[in-house]
Design a protein. Structure first.
Length: 152
Protein backbone atom coordinates (compact mmCIF):
# COMPACT_ATOMS: atom_id res chain seq x y z
CA UNK A 1 0.00 0.00 0.00
CA UNK A 2 2.83 2.41 0.81
CA UNK A 3 4.37 1.70 -2.58
CA UNK A 4 1.13 2.61 -4.41
CA UNK A 5 0.68 5.75 -2.32
CA UNK A 6 4.29 6.79 -3.05
CA UNK A 7 3.73 6.40 -6.79
CA UNK A 8 0.52 8.45 -6.65
CA UNK A 9 2.26 11.23 -4.71
CA UNK A 10 5.26 11.23 -7.06
CA UNK A 11 3.01 11.41 -10.12
CA UNK A 12 1.07 14.29 -8.57
CA UNK A 13 4.24 16.31 -8.05
CA UNK A 14 5.57 15.49 -11.50
CA UNK A 15 2.34 16.74 -13.08
CA UNK A 16 2.21 19.97 -11.05
CA UNK A 17 3.89 22.10 -13.77
CA UNK A 18 1.48 20.72 -16.38
CA UNK A 19 -1.55 21.43 -14.18
CA UNK A 20 -0.39 25.01 -13.49
CA UNK A 21 0.37 25.59 -17.16
CA UNK A 22 -3.08 24.29 -18.15
CA UNK A 23 -4.64 26.82 -15.77
CA UNK A 24 -2.56 29.60 -17.34
CA UNK A 25 -4.22 28.80 -20.68
CA UNK A 26 -7.14 30.84 -19.34
CA UNK A 27 -5.03 33.88 -20.27
CA UNK A 28 -5.58 33.20 -23.97
CA UNK A 29 -7.25 36.08 -25.74
CA UNK A 30 -6.91 39.85 -25.71
CA UNK A 31 -7.09 41.97 -22.57
CA UNK A 32 -7.12 45.77 -22.21
CA UNK A 33 -6.85 48.40 -19.52
CA UNK A 34 -6.99 52.17 -19.47
CA UNK A 35 -3.73 53.67 -18.19
CA UNK A 36 -2.50 57.28 -18.02
CA UNK A 37 -0.68 56.68 -21.33
CA UNK A 38 -3.85 55.33 -23.01
CA UNK A 39 -5.24 51.86 -23.64
CA UNK A 40 -2.75 49.08 -22.91
CA UNK A 41 -3.33 45.62 -24.36
CA UNK A 42 -2.08 42.13 -23.63
CA UNK A 43 -2.67 39.38 -26.13
CA UNK A 44 -2.07 35.68 -25.39
CA UNK A 45 -2.20 32.76 -27.81
CA UNK A 46 -1.09 29.16 -27.92
CA UNK A 47 2.32 28.52 -29.42
CA UNK A 48 4.02 25.16 -29.85
CA UNK A 49 3.18 22.41 -27.37
CA UNK A 50 3.77 23.63 -23.84
CA UNK A 51 4.11 27.30 -24.82
CA UNK A 52 1.88 30.37 -24.59
CA UNK A 53 2.95 33.51 -26.44
CA UNK A 54 2.07 36.93 -25.12
CA UNK A 55 2.67 40.51 -26.05
CA UNK A 56 1.98 43.82 -24.36
CA UNK A 57 1.35 46.87 -26.53
CA UNK A 58 -0.61 50.03 -27.12
CA UNK A 59 -2.19 51.42 -30.26
CA UNK A 60 -1.29 54.87 -31.53
CA UNK A 61 -3.54 55.53 -34.50
CA UNK A 62 -2.68 52.76 -36.95
CA UNK A 63 0.67 52.05 -35.26
CA UNK A 64 1.22 49.30 -32.70
CA UNK A 65 3.78 50.23 -30.05
CA UNK A 66 5.18 47.02 -28.60
CA UNK A 67 6.25 47.06 -24.92
CA UNK A 68 7.26 43.44 -24.48
CA UNK A 69 6.89 39.92 -25.78
CA UNK A 70 6.39 37.06 -23.36
CA UNK A 71 6.91 33.33 -23.55
CA UNK A 72 5.15 31.19 -20.95
CA UNK A 73 6.46 27.64 -21.03
CA UNK A 74 6.74 24.57 -18.88
CA UNK A 75 8.81 21.46 -18.58
CA UNK A 76 9.12 18.72 -15.96
CA UNK A 77 10.83 21.03 -13.50
CA UNK A 78 8.53 24.06 -13.61
CA UNK A 79 6.66 26.84 -15.35
CA UNK A 80 8.51 29.90 -16.64
CA UNK A 81 7.45 33.45 -17.56
CA UNK A 82 10.06 34.88 -19.95
CA UNK A 83 9.56 38.50 -21.03
CA UNK A 84 11.69 40.43 -23.50
CA UNK A 85 11.17 44.14 -22.97
CA UNK A 86 11.79 46.67 -25.72
CA UNK A 87 13.66 49.24 -23.61
CA UNK A 88 15.32 47.05 -20.96
CA UNK A 89 18.07 44.44 -20.70
CA UNK A 90 19.10 45.03 -24.34
CA UNK A 91 15.88 43.20 -25.30
CA UNK A 92 17.31 40.01 -23.79
CA UNK A 93 14.79 37.65 -22.19
CA UNK A 94 14.65 37.38 -18.39
CA UNK A 95 13.33 34.19 -16.82
CA UNK A 96 10.89 34.22 -13.91
CA UNK A 97 9.94 30.91 -12.28
CA UNK A 98 6.46 30.06 -11.03
CA UNK A 99 6.76 29.91 -7.23
CA UNK A 100 3.08 30.07 -6.28
CA UNK A 101 -0.18 28.95 -7.81
CA UNK A 102 -3.41 29.09 -5.81
CA UNK A 103 -6.97 29.94 -6.84
CA UNK A 104 -5.99 31.14 -10.33
CA UNK A 105 -3.27 33.39 -8.86
CA UNK A 106 0.17 32.83 -10.36
CA UNK A 107 3.34 34.24 -8.80
CA UNK A 108 6.54 34.27 -10.85
CA UNK A 109 9.84 35.24 -9.28
CA UNK A 110 13.41 36.12 -10.19
CA UNK A 111 15.19 37.38 -7.07
CA UNK A 112 18.29 38.24 -9.11
CA UNK A 113 16.54 40.70 -11.44
CA UNK A 114 16.83 44.43 -10.74
CA UNK A 115 13.11 45.22 -11.07
CA UNK A 116 10.66 43.65 -10.87
CA UNK A 117 11.55 40.56 -8.88
CA UNK A 118 7.96 39.26 -8.89
CA UNK A 119 5.25 39.19 -11.55
CA UNK A 120 1.78 38.21 -10.42
CA UNK A 121 -1.29 37.35 -12.50
CA UNK A 122 -4.69 36.66 -10.99
CA UNK A 123 -7.74 35.63 -13.00
CA UNK A 124 -10.40 37.39 -10.96
CA UNK A 125 -13.19 36.04 -13.17
CA UNK A 126 -13.42 34.97 -16.84
CA UNK A 127 -13.42 38.63 -17.98
CA UNK A 128 -11.15 40.26 -15.40
CA UNK A 129 -7.39 39.90 -14.99
CA UNK A 130 -5.31 41.55 -12.28
CA UNK A 131 -1.55 41.80 -12.73
CA UNK A 132 1.19 43.24 -10.56
CA UNK A 133 4.91 43.77 -10.84
CA UNK A 134 6.76 44.27 -7.58
CA UNK A 135 10.12 44.25 -5.92
CA UNK A 136 12.84 46.40 -4.45
CA UNK A 137 14.63 49.15 -6.27
CA UNK A 138 17.20 51.29 -4.46
CA UNK A 139 16.28 49.47 -1.22
CA UNK A 140 12.68 50.59 -1.49
CA UNK A 141 9.72 48.29 -2.17
CA UNK A 142 7.82 49.29 -5.30
CA UNK A 143 4.89 47.90 -7.24
CA UNK A 144 2.56 48.64 -10.10
CA UNK A 145 -0.91 47.18 -10.47
CA UNK A 146 -2.72 46.49 -13.71
CA UNK A 147 -6.45 45.74 -14.05
CA UNK A 148 -7.36 44.24 -17.42
CA UNK A 149 -10.72 43.33 -18.87
CA UNK A 150 -11.18 40.75 -21.60
CA UNK A 151 -11.71 42.02 -25.15
CA UNK A 152 -11.74 38.70 -27.01
Amino acid sequence: MRYVLSIVIMCSFQNAPQVAFNQLALLKGTWKMLAPEGWIYENWKAGAAGILMGRSYKLNGTDTILFETIVLKHDQSGVYYIPSTENQNNRQPITFTLVGNTNKRFVFENKGHDFPQRIIYELVNPDSLAARIEGSRNRKFRFRDYAFSRVL
